[in-house]
Design a protein around this ligand. Structure first.
Ligand code: COA
Length: 154
């Protein structure tokens, strides 16, 4: 069974390995540790027994939160884990006014997931990302009230 839990900085290497497996420009152990040390940052790890399956990072600053990153290892995709991770990030900050995120306009899978959850598009940053080969891609900014997607406390 896959379990999601909040983890601390001691899981930095595991989180970094997952991130690097999922993104071309994934955060190595040092970058990950730096992010985890930043004020208000928290991490959720999804594990299938001992096997890391997915992770997400959130950040709370005053009354606004941000989904910094979310990723699921290839073998575990399309089983609802991405959705569960985003909901878990929201559930840590149920009283925040907003949960923001940024997504590449060509990341169709992630965009579909966020739209299904109810995130709405609030802005576009032109040519914000560079793909390999240097082609520019816009970033879309989206938001939702976290309490709308946080799972109920049992
Ligand atoms: C985006 C990502 C986190 C989704 O994780 P996941 O566990 O596969 O997502 P879920 O199973 O919860 O998907 C829920 C729904 O979102 C949509 N969705 C998710 N990935 C999709 C894809 N690649 N293509 C089309 N729709 C997709 C589907 O509607 C899916 O429901 P369905 O499987 O019943 O059709 C995963 O593909 C990933 O890690 N990608 C690489 C990293 C990344 O791009 N992260 C987001 C950065 S903003």
């Amino acid at each position: 069974m896959i379990e999601l839990r909040v983890v601390d900085r001691s899981f930095g290497q595991v989180l970094s390995a997952l991130h690097c497996a999922c993104f071309d420009d994934g955060w190595g152990p040092n970058s990950m540790d730096e992010v985890l040390r930043s004020p208000g940052v928290y991490a959720i790890l999804a594990a299938d027994g001992e096997m890391p399956a997915g992770m997400a990072l959130g950040r709370l600053a005053a009354d606004e939160a941000e989904l910094l990153t979310v990723c699921v290892a290839e073998d575990y995709r399309r089983q609802g884990l991405g959705e569960a991770l985003v909901r878990a990030v929201a559930s840590v900050v149920p009283r925040a006014r907003a949960l923001h995120l940024e997504v590449a306009a060509d990341n169709r899978g992630a965009l579909k997931l966020y739209r299904l959850l109810g995130f709405r598009e609030i802005g576009r940053r032109k040519d914000y990302y560079r793909r390999s080969g240097n082609s520019p891609v816009d970033a879309l900014t989206m938001m939702i009230e976290p309490k709308k997607i946080a799972p109920p406390i049992p």
